[in-house]
Design a binder for this molecule. Structure first.
Ligand code: AKG
Ligand code: FE2
Length: 435
């Protein structure tokens, strides 16, 4: 857990911590030992035979987090290029380093978190808060955008996501986009690498399919494909019309411009054990998140209730643990009154996260999702304006004024009031007068 704000980054997987400092069992000496092993190679043939000779070495050589970090460090120095995944991070590193692949002898997972993946049942009081609906043709399901909604959207998704569900299965995605490069976040570091889909999927599904829920990754927090500019075929065919109230993030042009980076939508692909640390969405927005494949476990807390295990590091700065850690280590320790709203989304579900709600996500199986930030209705405006005001830059100030103007015009339309009295809607007396 390290100090980084959850707000400026849209990619929550990349929002906290600094895994550059996490070099695994060997700390700063990792690369020195790798070099040593390189020189031993001529004698030992392959480092897996060194591992067989010494249990300490076996532990060190099986430290996938350290191998991954060694590879990422190389990538940083190379300033570009694509990450390749060769079954384990150890093999991937050695492939690059030796310009060829070493023999087999992949590191084995050293721990089992099977139990961490079993969701506990939603608590009765939260069950009342969560609005569960079927989203049917011609219906606008979200009536109160300040409440979370879990929508069964199976009937309508093919209208919004091309050839869903068939085209969203991993083998189909791999066939179609194998060589396409995507942005892959290094959780905790705010860093993004580029990776061809075939390599990312090889990574994300390695270890899976063994017939149990064992998280396949033992390299600390898994990499997460988190791409704001996926191919058109992997974006929604049209806007999801979930709420009759206007989406401020689209309706107000200067706001739309200011927040475009977080509202254009993101494609998310991750293996089991990957996910997003606790965060709230940027710019006072809420979000909808469509699970297109797999299953995602969610924990949510309402605005103002900082989740247990999340550290407050000063204005707008928080540090949250990795999702697998939170669900397996923090959640079981909580008192009844500290428990989150918990739920699992499966392929065909849309979850609406209202503005200001904290959420943490753990992918229970290889998952594909699409998410987009939204700010439905005028009640979202104060949160959006204060998030913008906190930025303090010129374009945020312009956007604040535009949002106020928009809200005032809406208010006037609904109440037949003269438009010229828009000033002070959020801060001045007029608001009270019109209350
Ligand atoms: O699915 C995830 O991992 C992240 C989801 C999220 O934070 C969002 O949709 O706002
Ligand atoms: Fe989010």
């Amino acid at each position: 857990m390290q100090a980084v704000s959850v707000r400026p980054q849209r990619c929550p997987a990349a929002s906290c911590g600094d895994s550059r400092r996490t070099k695994g069992a060997l700390g700063e000496n990792w690369l020195a030992v790798v070099s040593f092993l390189e020189t031993c190679e001529a004698h030992a043939g392959d480092s897996s035979s060194l591992a067989a000779a010494c249990t300490h070495l076996a532990r060190i050589l099986g430290d996938e987090a350290a191998w991954r970090e060694a590879l990422l460090e190389q990538q940083r120095r190379a300033c570009g290029g694509c990450l390749r995944f060769e079954g384990t991070w150890r093999r991937s590193y050695l492939c690059v380093h030796r310009q060829g692949c070493p023999g087999r002898g992949a590191a084995k997972p050293r721990w089992s978190a099977r139990w961490a993946l079993q969701p506990s049942l939603p608590k009765a009081s939260w069950a009342e808060v969560l609005q569960r609906r079927k989203w049917l043709e011609g219906e606008v399901p979200i009536l109160s955008p300040e409440k979370p909604y879990l929508l069964d959207a199976k009937a309508l998704l093919p209208q919004y996501f091309a050839a869903w569900p068939g085209a969203w299965q991993l083998p189909r995605l791999r066939r179609r986009f194998a060589r396409r490069r995507f942005s892959v976040a290094l959780p905790g570091a705010g860093e993004v690498f580029r990776m061809e889909l075939c390599h990312f999927l090889r990574y994300a599904s390695s270890g899976a399919g063994a017939g149990d829920a064992l998280p396949p990754r033992w390299d600390a927090e898994p990499l997460y494909l988190f791409d704001p500019l996926p191919p058109m075929a992997l974006r929604p065919l049209r806007q999801l019309r979930l709420c009759a109230q206007p989406d401020l993030a689209r309706e107000v042009p200067s706001l739309a411009e200011r927040v475009a980076e977080v509202t254009r939508g993101w494609l998310l692909i991750g293996g089991s054990g990957s996910g997003s640390r606790f965060h709230t969405d940027a710019f006072g927005c809420g979000a909808w998140n469509v699970t297109l494949l797999g299953a995602k476990r969610w924990a949510m807390y309402p605005p103002g209730a900082r989740p247990p295990g999340v550290l407050d590091l000063g204005p707008e700065r928080f540090a949250a643990p990795a999702p697998i850690f939170w669900f397996s280590e923090v959640l079981p320790q909580l008192r009844k009154d500290q428990l989150p709203l918990e739920l699992v989304t499966k392929a065909g579900d849309v979850l609406y996260i209202p503005p200001g709600w904290w959420h943490c996500v753990l992918n229970l199986s290889p998952s594909v999702a699409f998410t987009r930030n939204v700010a439905y209705g005028c009640r979202a405006a104060p949160g959006v304006c204060s998030a913008l005001a906190a930025r303090g830059d010129a374009s945020s100030k312009v956007a604040v004024e535009a949002v106020r103007g928009f809200v005032w015009r809406q208010h006037c339309e609904e109440n037949g009031v003269g438009v010229s009295m828009g000033e002070g809607l959020f801060h001045g007396k007029k608001h009270e007068n019109h209350g």
